[in-house]
Design a protein around this ligand. Structure first.
Ligand code: ATP
Length: 264
């Protein structure tokens, strides 16, 4: 069964139609990017999938279950994980404790029991940190990490909820170019291994064309194209939507989009 099915989602703010009849599907293990110029409606669509915004009409189905009106918390319990544009970690806590908190929360234990919970889920947290290459920093405070490493910890936190679907809002914002490719390679590897569908918005076209398997192009709230990165790059209408940024749709230098960008 299709993991995520988005059907005719529409949302207006006053007179502005931010999303108009947006429909798409996402399969397990797939990396799907939503791109579009500023104000195209990317965040609006993303937030309707995540539950932060209620659509005017249309439906969101996860594994066939209608979650259109479910709260973000309910979606989380059903397997929708999310990372944010600005990483959300507790800086004063250690790397491991941040992941343990997420495990406690996923297992619905009250965070009021946090003191004894410090001992709980330590092994599981370490296993998740191992997956994102951060096990060696388990005891460091998050505040001591480089930003790219914080984003890896955030990925481990999202994985603690055992998501089927991972929503990543501008995952590489604020990161150096090499770190961007490495984070997205890691995400693709984990998504593939665990069969997690990943939906992400992204302004960096190198990231999009190097790491998405499929791309949706939104312009003024409407999907104007869907296809592989190679197909999307060839569509004249898409090129026009990006006029003013002549090189936005060029191939990343020396990289085949099918192979992705190699980690640094
Ligand atoms: N809460 C809101 N109230 C009023 N208008 C809104 C609201 N949220 C979005 N809009 C409008 O809806 C349209 C789509 O906005 P949205 O933020 O979804 O676009 P975006 O593609 O994510 O843009 P960006 O790339 O700049 O983040 C824009 O015209 C925006 O001004």
């Amino acid at each position: 069964m299709t993991l995520l099915s988005v059907q005719d989602l529409s949302k207006s703010f006053g007179g502005v139609a931010a999303a108009r009849d947006v429909s798409f599907m996402l399969e397990r293990g797939e990396m799907l990017a939503i791109i579009g110029p500023n104000g195209a409606g990317k965040s609006t669509v993303f937030n309707m999938v995540g539950g932060q915004l209620r659509p005017d009409h249309g439906a969101v189905l996860l594994d066939g279950q209608n979650i259109t009106l479910a709260s973000p918390q309910k979606r989380f319990r059903l397997g929708v994980g999310r990372t944010f544009q600005v990483a959300q970690t507790f800086l004063s806590m250690s790397v491991a404790e941040n992941v343990q908190m997420a495990l406690v929360s996923h297992n619905r234990k009250s965070t009021a029991l946090w003191a004894p919970a410090r001992m709980r889920y330590h092994e599981e947290a370490l296993a998740l940190l191992e997956q994102v290459g951060m096990a060696e920093s388990a005891d460091h405070p998050c505040s001591a990490l480089a930003y790219g490493d914080v984003k890896r910890v955030e990925l481990a936190i999202a994985l603690a909820g055992r998501p089927k679907l991972l929503l990543m809002d501008e995952p590489t914002a604020g990161m150096a170019t090499r770190e961007r490719a490495a984070l997205m390679d890691l995400t693709a590897e984990i998504a593939d291994a665990k069969g997690i569908g990943v939906l992400f918005t992204e302004h960096d076209m190198d990231v999009v064309f190097g790491h998405a398997e499929r791309v949706i192009v939104l312009v003024r709230g409407r999907i104007i194209a869907t296809g592989s990165p190679e197909e999307i790059r060839q569509i004249e209408e898409v090129r026009r939507a990006y006029l003013g940024d002549d090189h936005a749709l060029e191939k990343p230098k020396g990289v085949s989009p099918a192979e992705g960008v190699s980690p640094a």
